[in-house]
Write a protein that binds this ligand. Sequence first.
Ligand code: ZN
Length: 318
Amino acid sequence: MKKFKRIMSGLKIRNDDLVLGIGSGDNPFARADVLVDKFPMVVGRHRTSLMAARVDERPFIIGDAQALPFVDDAFDAIISRHILEHLPRPEEFIADIKRTGKRGYITTPSPFTELIHGGFVDEEKAFAPEVIEALHHGKGIEGHKWLVLGLDNHIYLTAKSQALYGVYLMFGSFIKKNTEYVRDTFFDAHPRWRETEIFWDRDKLQMSVVEDITPEAKEDDPIDLAEIVKSCRALAEGREQRTSWKGKLWRKVSSGREFELAKLLACPQCKQPLRIGEYVMTCQKCGEYPVVNDIPLLLKEFLNKAGEIHADKLYHHN
Ligand SMILES: [Zn+2]
């Protein structure tokens, strides 16, 4: 709650501000009015929380942080927590948050956290050759590709290169095995060492890549339509219960500002407004995107794939 208040005051969120939460996952930001996430369910390397995305009465959209499915200037503020370090093409993310939002908040693990913990769930496996190999390709257990540093409105990224994994394996293990280092105690005393935080302003935000990731690591992971459809159906059923405390908190902190979601949505490819139908959303230029139980699947990978959902009988709409 302390952190929530700090983000709210850092961004000077007003009552009638429209707020987007990117990569909302199982812990959507309480004040976000619209939620967007690419991976709604547990998919090994994308989530460590082992929790499905949390969906309440707020609009929830399947979309990519690097190709946001919203019109220009759609939001007053954008919250993005623990997303940037995963992205293959962060420059597209920066361009798109500046296009769609006036200001925002980004947080990632600090470079220290990355080097000490390396994204491993199971420390005992840290030295296994296949783990080192996987990390080198940006596909560690948490799939973090970057070390992220934020100074004022400037974000610096450095690839988690093979050399850095070497540093992690030696340095991280050495500290943990040879000191009284206890993660939570340490971070409670030094909160800035836990996370990188950036409060950004559209006119000032810049990003520099100190060392780039490999061309291979720049490719998006494949995404499975049938899997996403299944997840969305499950989420939509959960939504109907509307009992989550996050949802209740949102009702408490939200201004209750009325907005028309349809007017905010855009084609993730060409950014033109979409024509909203019951079963599909149509871009006049690019084609149709599927809608599953009121959740729009606005990913370029799913363009003109609505037919496949019907064919597989996965599609359902109340
Ligand atoms: Zn389009």
